[in-house]
Design a binder for this molecule. Structure first.
Ligand code: NAI
Length: 249
């Protein structure tokens, strides 16, 4: 399998920790130029950048809220100046604000849709023109199996993650002729800060429903993303790849 990402410019949103950080690292290890994004200059973000610098990766960081259209434009201008236009965009930034529908506030709905879905629109729009000019590009959107099967208490999250799937299929149809693919990776239960917050009871319940009998790792997701980003996946577009140990099939 050819996995040469040298001279490729990658932007990973929400890369200060968890899955996004692991995806960014996987590309950096393959010699790519990687721009890490996070919502703000948090300690996590500074630590991740210091770690990448120490490892000698070709990388830079840019903190901005992906839901902020103007800020995202500036981030892509920064990326272009630093490395050149973005060849591979990984929309990974995501948040949850869980609540049953009858108690969910408008703010909880808006925040999740803004970050998880509008953020994907903002970042994808900002890189699509240069990708079309280059006649090569990859957009990989990190959704969730919750966007496929739904979950009580997560109407906002599930709607945003399902929205990413419709978005990706439409982009795939719009730009397929230009050598650009757009796919979705839908992780199941992945060990991370987000899932560490779940109760032990819920974790046991989830494990029972995973055929391979383990929780996923961020590296499991990163490997799927790298595959879809490579030249060997040029005939795969508009697809949803579940990385969930068989939880949803
Ligand atoms: P996490 O909570 O550990 O990290 C989230 C990242 O997103 C952080 O870097 C944070 O700075 C960034 N972020 C949050 N709001 C942002 C904003 N407005 N603008 C820019 N960046 C922002 O999350 P985790 O678990 O690593 O998840 C990453 C992605 O994978 C998310 O989209 C999540 O929905 C998805 N996912 C995670 C699963 C899991 O089991 N952890 C399962 C299925 C999907």
């Amino acid at each position: 399998m050819i996995m040469d990402f040298k001279n490729k410019n990658i932007l990973v949103t929400g890369a200060s920790r968890g899955i996004g950080k692991r995806i960014a690292e996987a590309f950096a290890l393959q010699g790519a130029n990687v721009l890490l994004n996070a919502s703000r200059e948090s300690d996590h973000f500074k630590a991740a950048l210091a770690e990448f610098d120490k490892a000698g990766y070709s990388c830079a960081g840019y903190a901005c809220d992906v839901a902020n259209t103007a800020a995202v434009k500036e981030m892509f201008a920064f990326a272009a100046e630093k490395f050149g236009s973005v060849d591979i965009l990984v929309n990974n930034a995501g948040i949850t604000r869980d609540m049953l529908l009858m108690k969910m506030s408008e703010d909880e709905w808006d925040m999740v849709l803004d970050v998880n879905l509008k953020g994907v629109f903002n970042c994808s729009k900002a890189c699509i023109r240069p990708m079309m000019k280059k006649r090569w590009g990859r957009i990989i959107n990190i959704s969730s199996i919750i966007g496929i099967i739904g979950n009580a208490g997560q109407v906002n999250y599930a709607a945003s993650k399902a929205g990413m799937i419709g978005f990706s299929k439409s982009v795939a149809k719009e730009v397929g002729k230009r050598g650009i693919t757009c796919n979705v990776v839908a992780p199941g239960f992945i060990e991370s800060d987000m899932t560490a917050a779940l109760s032990d009871e819920l974790k046991v319940k989830y494990l029972e429903s995973i055929p391979v009998n383990r929780f996923g790792r961020a590296s499991d997701v990163a490997k799927a993303v790298l595959f879809l980003a490579g030249d060997d996946a040029s005939f795969i577009t508009g697809q949803v790849l579940n990385v969930d140990g068989g939880m949803v099939m």
